[in-house]
Design a protein around this ligand. Sequence first.
Ligand SMILES: CC(C)(COP(=O)(O)OP(=O)(O)OC[C@H]1O[C@@H](n2cnc3c(N)ncnc32)[C@H](O)[C@@H]1OP(=O)(O)O)[C@@H](O)C(=O)NCCC(=O)NCCS
Length: 177
Amino acid sequence: MCAIEPQPVITTQRLRLRRPRRTDAARIAELLNDLDVARMTANVPHPYGLADAEAYLAQVDDASPDELAMFVIEHPAEGPIGVIGFDSAGQKRTEIGYWLGKAYWGCGFATEAAKGALAWASREWKRRHVMARHFSDNPASGEVLCKAGFLYTGDVTLGRSAARGAEVPARMMVWLA
Ligand SMILES: CC(C)(COP(=O)(O)OP(=O)(O)OC[C@H]1O[C@@H](n2cnc3c(N)ncnc32)[C@H](O)[C@@H]1OP(=O)(O)O)[C@@H](O)C(=O)NCCC(=O)NCCS
């Protein structure tokens, strides 16, 4: 019998997106224990340690593949450089999220990963629309999302940043397959 792989490897021009493994914990903790990265995300606290990464990976492992699709972004020479994924849990809508270690910013990797992940989400995961939000003081993420085909909805909501311990204005965006 041929089992259908719910979350295959996604290959882009320079990157490989694959399912997270428990053994990624140390590398994820190393890259995410950086306030410049964490402060632009909703859920990553600062400081961020090995136990945080292990808890995150356990949560990914336990989640239903219909609700959560997370990928480690791997560079052939560097190994894991970040994470990208989709969360549909507890909602009728799917939202994209991502981060890269600071050493890997400014090379187009986030845009490349987002385009690859969205193509998978539409073709294989059968999502017709994907939401995104970025903090208003994070124009680089807005650029990534625009280049990946998202449009601003015009809505601005307050979103919690765990690392800042504060509510921050966030701009909503949508992508249609
Ligand atoms: C946001 C993030 C993923 C971008 O990764 P990246 O690989 O550097 O992104 P890319 O290189 O694909 O694209 C970034 C774009 O933003 C632009 N940019 C960077 N800083 C900018 C700024 N301050 N203002 C406007 N544009 C900016 C870049 O010029 C680039 O656009 P270009 O290719 O047209 O020149 C990365 O900075 C990161 O991980 N930040 C912390 C976590 C985070 O913000 N996650 C997203 C939460 S919504």
